[in-house]
Design a protein around this ligand. Sequence first.
Ligand code: ADP
Ligand code: MG
Length: 384
Amino acid sequence: GVSKNVQELEKVSEKPDSGGSRILVFVRVRPMAKKEKEAGSRCCVKIVNRRDLYLTEFANENDYLRLKRLRGRHFTFNASFPDNATQQEVYSTTIADLVEAVLQGRNGSVFCYGATGAGKTYTMLGTVENPGVMVLAIKDLFNKIRQRSSDGNHTVHLSYLEVYNETVRDLLSPGRPLVLREDKQGMVAAGLTQYRAYSTDEVMAMLQQGNQNRTTEPTRANETSSRSHAILQVVVEYRVKDAGMNVVKRVGKLSLIDLAGSERALATDQRTLRSLEGANINRSLLALSSCINALVEGKKHIPFRNSKLTQLLKDSLGGACNTVMIANISPSNLSFGETQNTLHWADRAKEIRTKACEASEELQQQVPESETDKAKLLLELQKE
Ligand code: ADP
Ligand code: MG
């Protein structure tokens, strides 16, 4: 049902002159929190048919149809998820297609955006009982690979990193900050752990551990800092023999990004930049918003270089990549301003087009192998 509707929606919204593909934008509303209930808050978000989303400022705004006439209060996205949507449903509608594309040697990226407490980490990582889209994507990936094991040899490598205070850290192997450099594949963090993954269970445990390595604020030792961006990169390599017994390699990359709380960008924008930390978080999220603006306006120069985050997201936003944005919001009227801000950016992101997403020829390179390497590889392929 839902994903079919999304496809239909896409067809309608696709302009005929489309030079690339649009970013798909989804919104997820989380359930009302206990604290919000206790504070006597009211739900200010209404979703109709998983499509139309209305934001209501006043308690007496019950006539949602009337709201259609109010500018800036009615939104349509590729889909909107109400608070009872399951992790599986969010996964199937938003990301399942990307996983398929990555297996074909294309790039995909998904990022969660929204204020602190809006449900980004829940959506991405989830809990042990309700694993989030990072885990569901990897589970799906392994299932698909198993179904195709006779076609060739797939390997899956993971890396999990954090951008905090303009410093890049390896979440799988905490230690010294990593240096970014550009290579043929795009921007890479030198020395980042590339973890070869074999099963979903081990990945789940690893991600939970990695998440515990995210930076916490000294004053709230157990809580992940709202200024921390986490990026999971899943690289799928596929090797297959062609008719002439040459080994052909194809590489697809899926990036899943749990962004820092977006409220910081707003707050620090209006004040003078007092601390370095404040300035830096401001820098990453402001850089992201200026890149989105420049992309929407079709500017030639996109200021990706302005922050570590945008350097890392360069190929996700401006390259040959299928990109999905999930905006997370609270249903409570106490968060009205933040929700409005999140929906504003989500609405703007709908206009971004990435370059055409065909699997690029460069990636289908022939791998020059030495005779022994080739023999080893053939053995490996036969084992599958
Ligand atoms: P963020 O990462 O955006 O700061 P979290 O993902 O940590 O926010 O969510 C804040 C709280 O709300 C957490 O306790 C989380 O478990 C809960 N939560 C968020 N989204 C959902 C959801 N869809 N269903 C149930 N609980 C949720
Ligand atoms: Mg979080």
